[in-house]
Design a binder for this molecule. Structure first.
Ligand code: BES
Ligand code: MN
Ligand code: ZN
Length: 493
């Protein structure tokens, strides 16, 4: 799929023009004087009551002119109430309808509508991201014949003002790249754990690395991980037959010697809880416990696609968390790569046990900042639900930059506190720390645990246990926070 920005006059052919209408019948954007598009007959549809312009309402119409084969009319709701959130909803509805037609080339005029708190860049970017998301298909293993894939191939993000063209073009490119990264990430996360093993993740990173000379992958197995003295990481993998992987995927788009942004991803390809076994209820969803890994790899895929001028490295710690005769037991004490000892009071708090060694390893990469991404705690889901990723940081500038990137991309995060009081909850009688801090403030004590391994680094942690995937009937990966992370990295380029 190709996304580009265009003035109406430069569009050679369209199979479908997507145009908005407010609930008072006003066409948006204002198409008066735009050649080849006669909107007067559309206004008539409002007068007759055929189309009310309610938010998200859609109507697919036959050719109004020789230049357009179809028009998709989309309701924008009340003229004063078109917020960024409503605007994104409108784009999503439009993308869903048009993707089911046989249209190949589409001109989306919605990106030319002035919406508060958006720019030409982000309107084009949202268009590309939401169209890509609408076209995404889960790699399911259903044996029934697959519906024919959408024929959409080129989407013009229309601007009416030539001074917006450059920004919109940048936005369309960035959005297309985010789409690539999100699809990459969703594919990995949606796969079942008997397919998407740590080995599979390593191979996926290597395969991705072959797509660009700016990418380099290094995949380490159990022997090398032992040599690195990652005793905490290894304690989690002990019960599993699947060998662990430490995956380092570098994107070198920036100047030589520029300190990289390091993105650390939790790659637990299945989390049974280990000896502290989970309830069976929704245990299948623990195949999504590698969503952090999937999104940091997806972010690299997006940056490579965008040819971003920055150095970013993904460090993925991948393993299973299984019970067995050899599995780590509650009360066992392990030594992390940092040398700090940990009393494992609950083997289900495994994410922090693998991430702490990944953070220590990342020091070797001399990072400008480290951002870890993990489906870390159920407590974060209780606190924030699925709308915001939980954000923790030992650096206010980094935290604010990530919060801002989240706001701009509608892939939002909410910062939670970190302080010594929370770290005190991790006290152990037998080791430097315990791996759990009691029932209270579970998302925060998990972050406080990680903070003990990030001293002297500019570090942030994104808990995506709620935002990373959807449960229930629409069970699937969301690809979050690829959009936030790409935006942050581009803002640093
Ligand atoms: N992978 C889970 C966190 C999780 C829970 C993600 C629900 C998505 C949905 C993590 O490894 C875990 O089990 N955390 C425990 C920590 C507890 C034992 C301190 C949790 O949240 O219950
Ligand atoms: Mn767990
Ligand atoms: Zn887990």
């Amino acid at each position: 799929m190709e996304f580009y920005a265009s003035l109406p006059a430069s569009i050679r052919r369209t199979d479908c023009a997507i145009i908005g209408m407010f609930d008072d019948g006003t066409i948006a954007p204002d198409l008066k004087g735009v050649s080849g598009l006669d909107a007067s007959n559309l206004t008539a549809l409002h007068k007759t009551g055929d189309f009310g312009g309610r938010l998200g309402e859609t109507l697919l119409l036959p050719p109004p002119s020789v230049k357009q084969l179809r028009v998709l009319l989309v309701g924008l709701g009340a003229p004063k109430a078109l917020t960024r959130r409503h605007f994104r909803r409108v784009l999503k509805e439009a993308a869903q309808v048009v993707s089911k037609t046989s249209a190949k080339e589409v001109a989306c005029y919605l990106s030319a509508i002035a919406v508060t708190d958006t720019s030409a860049y982000y309107r084009a970017r949202y268009t590309a991201e939401l169209f890509s998301a609408a076209l995404y298909k889960i790699p399911d293993l259903k044996t029934a014949k697959k519906p024919k894939p959408s024929s959409l191939s080129r989407i013009a993000c229309v601007v009416l003002d030539s001074s917006d063209l450059k920004e919109a073009e940048r936005g369309a490119r960035a959005g297309a790249a985010v789409g690539v990264g999100q699809s990459f990430s969703k594919d990995l996360a949606n796969l079942p754990a008997n397919v998407c093993t740590p080995t599979y993740l390593g191979t996926a990173a290597q395969k991705l690395a072959r797509s660009s000379t700016k990418l380099h992958a290094q995949v380490l197995g159990p022997v090398q991980i032992k040599r690195l003295k990652m005793g905490s990481f290894l304690s989690v993998t002990r019960g599993s037959e699947e060998p662990p992987r430490l995956i380092v995927l570098e994107y070198r788009g920036g100047p030589r010697g520029q300190a990289p942004i390091v993105l650390v991803g939790k790659g637990v390809t299945f989390d049974t809880g280990g000896i502290s076994l989970k309830d069976p209820g929704a245990m299948d969803e623990m195949k999504f416990d590698m969503s952090g890994a999937a999104t940091v790899l997806g972010t690299i895929a997006a940056l490579a696609d965008a040819k971003a001028s920055i150095n970013v490295t993904a460090v993925v710690v991948a393993c299973e968390n299984m019970p067995s005769g050899r599995a780590t037991k509650p009360g066992d004490i392990v030594t992390s790569m940092s040398g700090q000892t940990i009393e494992v009071l609950n083997t289900d708090a495994e994410g922090r046990l693998i991430l702490c060694d990944a953070i220590t390893y990342s020091r070797r990469l001399k990072p400008s900042v480290i951002i870890d991404v993990a489906t870390l705690t159920g407590a974060c889901v209780v606190a924030l639900g699925s709308h915001n990723s939980g954000l923790f940081a030992n650096d206010d500038d980094l935290a604010n930059a990530l919060l801002d990137a989240g706001k701009r991309t509608a892939d939002t995060a909410w910062r939670l506190p970190l302080s010594e009081d929370y770290a005190d909850q991790l006290r152990s009688n037998f080791a430097d720390m315990a791996n759990i801090g009691g029932r209270e403030a579970g998302a925060i004590t998990a972050a406080a645990f990680l903070a003990k391994f990030a001293t002297g680094l500019r570090w942030a942690h994104l808990d995506i246990a709620g935002s990373g995937y959807v449960s229930g009937a629409a069970k699937s990966s969301t690809g979050r926070p690829v959009s936030l992370l790409v935006d942050y990295c581009l803002s640093q380029a």
